[in-house]
Design a protein around this ligand. Structure first.
Ligand SMILES: C[S@@+](CC[C@H](N)C(=O)[O-])C[C@H]1O[C@@H](n2cnc3c(N)ncnc32)[C@H](O)[C@@H]1O
Length: 190
């Protein structure tokens, strides 16, 4: 990895480890009610997530989520009965998701990890899911290669990458750059 990409990843880590995705705006209390309210807000704002993720298909499947954030989708996969694994670049996301699952009596194997260097053997998972994560990784194509490597033959990758020049891209820049007093942050970093 080039020094620039390394720096980019460190900045990414610092940003998301300060507050996980949606934490400052949508997580009022760190308890069941708080996480529940976060999920409701998330699926109101992005109602297409459940259709895309199709959580029910994860029942009894070995599923990896990359970039778990606050863990709302991860909770849905756990509720669906997946044999579940989750990683995120930051400890903060892993801690939130761990707490969230414990509060709801659910389980998953969670760890800090990097999408560009997955710590799993080839052909491990039936499904790999990742929402709004890989655009943030300096070497997105490498992360895609890693997903294919850890997927079983015939497995399914469900990956959502926001288009940089889109309404969502603009919304993210407003939310994570302009409104937090960092208008110089570019759309990739936001
Ligand atoms: C925009 S948030 C999305 C989180 C969650 N998927 C969601 O939709 O709320 C991006 C997440 O990706 C994580 N992330 C960024 N680069 C990563 C990488 N290379 N490997 C694993 N996680 C990464 C960040 O730490 C952050 O939690």
């Amino acid at each position: 990895m080039s020094p620039n990409q390394n720096l980019e990843k460190q900045q990414m880590y610092g940003f998301w480890n300060e507050a996980a995705c949606g934490e400052s705006l949508y997580l009022k209390e760190v308890d069941c009610a708080g996480y529940q309210a976060h999920s409701e807000m998330r699926y109101q704002l992005e109602p297409f997530i459940p259709t895309f993720a199709d959580f029910a298909t994860a029942k009894e499947q070995k599923v990896l989520e990359i970039g778990i954030g606050l863990g709302a989708d991860h909770q849905r996969f756990a509720e669906a009965g997946a044999e579940l694994y989750g990683i995120d670049l930051t400890e903060r996301a892993v801690e939130h998701t761990r707490r969230r699952l414990v509060l709801f009596g659910l389980s998953s194997t969670l760890s800090v990890g990097d999408a560009e260097n997955l710590a799993f053997p080839d052909e491990t998972f039936d499904q790999v899911y990742s929402w709004a994560v890989l655009r943030h990784s300096p070497k997105t194509p490498l992360a895609i290669e890693e997903i294919y490597r850890v997927l079983k033959s015939g497995g399914t990758a469900k990956v959502m990458i926001y288009h940089k020049w889109s309404m969502i891209g603009l919304m993210l820049w407003l939310r994570y750059a302009l409104l937090v007093g960092r208008p110089w942050r570019n759309l990739k970093a936001a």
